[in-house]
Design a binder for this molecule. Structure first.
Ligand code: DPP
Ligand code: ZN
Length: 844
């Protein structure tokens, strides 16, 4: 496959004034007629006329009404065109029913739908399918299906057809079409300036009762974006459609967001609190794209973080406002460490703005999204809130209607603040997680912190240079009082000192408060000091972090020197979780341990080869020790989950249930699952039901409940996904692969459905010791199924390859076993570009 480079960017030679599309829908022979007004772009120099197009059967093409015979390849077509404005017309035939890759126009349960980001529109018709070509679209859909939707506002409709017009110029990746037998959950929203917007969530009949929460989230997001960013909606309608077969979470097509049904459908009996929170966040995310992504889009796909990093940052702000900033921040950092740090630390490392790719679908990564959002958080910390919003106002004013770059984005901050962001830009251009080593000095009332930053060289960034790191620091006195409130130290050198003078006693530092930069902090300290911070830190993030680090060091001592769980950790956690003045959601987070795969990262950093079985055993031992240490408190903590009010997925109730679930998890380690069985029997919502079933499975029980659960929910696809996931996720390491293998033979294992495939194999990859079984059976099973999935759905297959990305951390035996599977995958004939690229990057 060929490699595309950022430096090769050249503008398209033509501007597009308008696009007219007509669809005659048919499952296997859909006709698409296009009429496009092109004109030479006076600013461009390259006048080659190339239209992307893949898997299209050209019926006819014409320029200004004259039929032509273009030169067609696998990738598109070229032909001679006039040196003046002209009208391009084409008619193509496509086969949505055969489209299992779920990219372009495809069928899902009899519903026509589209996914065009990043490069799916070229599977619908011939077009300059690149984000810097923006045009207004008018779409006519001919079909007998009852609901026919496209972007923008409805123009007219009648029996067998509907016409839509989108007045906002957009790139083709934001095109969408939906046709099917759908029902709407409707509402209205009045914007700040009085525009009346008709809102609808479209679902398959039978799912109507699962839309209310998504609708409510949408209205909250619309209001929030007006209040916080001054951004108003700009069409008369906003439609959301739930689709069962979807590669991503959701897609921000202009005025017609298409969602994976898992990211929109929820009712208390079928969705957990975590599902509700995720839905609220994704609805907001896609809605926020209307300004950060759609009105202002990306010049090319290297700039993906321009819209994704910013939109993730915005949805995180929204969730923090809805549900509490500390808990949201902690959850995001847990996620960043679980998904982005391993990526940045391994063979898939790439900058937030990559410089080359073979298949852009492989770059919808945690680095582009989550680290991209962290970079914006740092920028906001460095310039302050007021300047941040001033810069955003300028961004919207200056670039509305444009396709932009990271340079454009940084320039608005430079113009508003007068700062030079040349060095800051390295966050976008260098791969790798900076490591921040801390040294301390105390002398004559002055406390000095010296930081050394370093980034491990990688293929993407062989010679890393120092970055700008905002380090939020506060100081505590010996009695636990805060003696210096948080301030931001702005580190720019490779090694740099910051002094705090006039102190009466040596302070205890609280460094990197609120996780002010996505770095690994490396500081020699004692568990006693961690326990002190766990008891006293005023920064809720760092207080949690102190507990997390205590847990980590406890586990590492258990793994490496067979130590017993220490009192610093057990007593420290006990004091926090018994404090009823603290938010239950926060206390629930305190009870979780660093994940087993996270521990492999720490061990690897310290030059110790991680042993998955030893890590698993330490985890089990520490959970048991914690359960015993907290035994008298657990019934009370568990009782928090029994709220008297009717079920609501709000933060307050969800936090109580999270604490209850954490307590139940520990209790099950000492009562053999008795309390979990009781909760299962009584559960009247999915959160309680699933928590109970998970505990039973972990305790090696729950066979009857598992069968009953299946019978109860066999007709609900999203719940059956959970049923698959649960059994593998909570299997003991020696059984996980066998259970997964057995489940692949289950009649409900519809492996072509991405949610179902991910439920099973995502859970296997997450069952750390199970997946990394010493005989390699886990690797072989996953490889078998990646090979099977690749010809059907390369995008989802490629995504799952990342289960192997940390392979170099393990022992020689496991490395050899994984290498053999990677080589077996790579040797498959006709392997997709997606998987080829992933395997070759991982294998190096
Ligand atoms: N739909 C994906 C997202 O919203 C890609 N744009 O992030
Ligand atoms: Zn997005």
């Amino acid at each position: 496959p060929k490699t595309i480079h950022l430096t090769d960017y050249t503008p398209f030679g033509y501007l597009v004034d308008e696009v007219h599309l007509t669809f005659d829908l048919d499952p296997s022979t859909t006709r698409v007629r296009s009429r496009v007004r092109f004109r030479p772009d006076p600013a461009a120099t390259d006048r080659r006329f190339f239209l992307h197009g893949e898997q299209l059967r050209l019926i006819r093409a014409a320029i200004d009404g004259t039929e032509i015979d273009p030169e067609i390849t696998d990738e598109g077509l070229t032909c001679a065109v006039p040196d003046a404005p002209f009208t391009w017309e084409a008619e193509v035939e496509i086969d949505p029913a055969a489209n299992t890759a779920l990219e372009g126009l495809y069928l899902s349960n009899g519903m026509f739908c589209t996914q065009c980001e990043a490069e799916g529109f070229r599977k619908i018709t011939f077009y300059p399918d690149r984000p810097d070509v923006m045009a207004t679209f008018t779409v006519r859909i001919n079909s007998d299906l009852p609901v026919l939707l496209s972007n923008g506002n409805p123009v007219q409709s009648g029996p067998g057809f509907a016409e839509w017009h989108d007045p906002w110029p957009k790139p083709s990746y934001l095109f969408a079409l939906v046709a099917g037998d759908l029902v709407a959950h409707r509402d209205r929203f009045t914007t700040l300036s009085g525009r009346e917007v008709d809102l609808a969530v479209w679902v398959r009949p039978g799912d109507e009762h699962k839309c209310a929460f998504a609708m409510d989230s949408l209205k909250k997001a619309m209001k929030w974006d007006e209040e916080v960013y001054g951004r108003e909606y700009d069409l008369d309608v906003f439609n959301i459609v739930a689709v069962d077969d979807f590669n991503m979470g959701a897609m921000e097509n202009k005025g017609l967001n298409i969602f994976n049904s898992s990211a929109v459908l929820a009712s208390p009996d079928t969705a957990t609190d975590a599902n509700f929170e995720r839905i609220e966040a994704i609805i907001a995310h896609e809605y926020f794209h209307n300004w950060t992504g759609n009105r202002i889009t990306c010049r090319d796909w290297f700039q993906l973080c321009l819209k994704e990093g910013l939109t993730v940052f915005r949805d995180a702000q929204f969730t923090a406002d809805q549900r509490g900033a500390a808990v949201k921040r902690i959850s995001d950092v847990i996620d960043l460490r679980a998904r982005q740090f391993p990526e940045d630390d391994g063979p898939l490392a790439h900058p937030v703005r990559p410089e080359s790719y073979q298949e852009i679908n492989n770059f919808y990564t945690a680095t582009v999204y989550e680290k991209g959002a962290e970079v914006i958080g740092m920028l906001k910390r460095l310039v302050g809130d007021r300047k941040y919003y001033e810069a955003l106002d300028l961004y919207f004013a200056r670039h509305d209607g444009q396709a932009c770059t990271i340079e454009d984005w940084l320039k608005v901050f430079e113009d508003v603040t007068g700062r030079d962001l040349t060095q800051f830009k390295r966050w976008y251009t260098q791969a790798g997680t900076p490591r921040l080593k801390v040294e301390e000095n105390w002398q004559d009332g002055t406390y000095t912190l010296t930081f050394t930053q370093s980034i491990k060289p990688s293929a993407a960034t062989p010679d890393p240079q120092p970055q700008v790191i905002p380090i939020a620091v506060g100081l505590l006195g010996p009695n636990g009082d805060e003696i210096r409130p948080t301030e931001i130290l702005e580190m720019t050198e490779a090694r740099q000192s910051f002094a705090f003078a006039g102190l009466a006693a040596r302070p205890v530092p609280s460094i990197l408060r609120d996780f002010s930069a996505p770095v690994v902090l490396d500081r020699d300290t004692t568990n006693a000091e961690r326990a002190f911070l766990l008891a006293h830190d005023t920064d809720p993030f760092n207080r949690w972090e102190a507990g997390r680090m205590l847990a980590r060091e406890t586990l590492i001592d258990m793994i490496t020197r067979d130590a017993a769980p220490g009192a610093d950790y057990l007593d420290g956690i006990r004091a926090v979780v018994r404090d009823d003045g603290l938010d239950p959601a926060y206390r629930a987070l305190m009870l979780a341990l660093p994940t087993q795969s996270e521990l492999t990262g720490t061990l690897h950093d310290r030059g110790i080869t991680p042993d998955p079985d030893a890590i698993w055993r330490a985890h089990e031992t520490l959970k048991l020790a914690l359960a015993q240490h907290l035994q008298d408190l657990l019934p009370r903590l568990h009782a928090e989950a029994q709220v008297d009010a009717p079920y609501s997925p709000d933060a307050e109730q969800a936090g109580k249930r999270a604490l209850g679930a954490a307590a139940l998890g520990l209790t099950s380690r000492v009562d053999g699952g008795a309390m979990a069985a009781e909760q299962y029997a009584r559960a009247d919502n999915m959160t309680l039901q699933l928590a109970a079933l998970s505990c039973l499975l972990t305790a090696g029980k729950g066979e009857a409940e598992l069968a009953a659960f299946y019978d109860q929910w066999r007709h609900d696809r999203l719940v059956i996904d959970k049923w698959f996931m649960l059994q593998v996720a909570h299997a003991s390491p020696d059984r996980a692969v066998e259970i997964a293998r057995r489940l692949t033979e289950h009649p409900d294992f519809n492996w072509k459905n991405p949610n179902r495939f991910r439920a099973l194999f995502g859970a296997l990859a997450m069952n750390h010791a199970g997946f990394h079984r010493a005989d390699g059976a886990g690797y072989a099973l996953l490889a078998d199924w990646l090979i099977r999935l690749d010809p059907v759905n390369p995008q989802t297959a490629a995504r799952m390859c990342s289960a192997f990305q940390t392979w170099r951390r393990y022992d020689a035996n496991r490395q050899a076993l994984i290498a053999a599977q990677l080589d077996r995958i790579a040797a498959q004939p006709d392997l997709s570009r997606d998987v080829t690229e992933m395997i070759s990057r991982i294998r190096t």
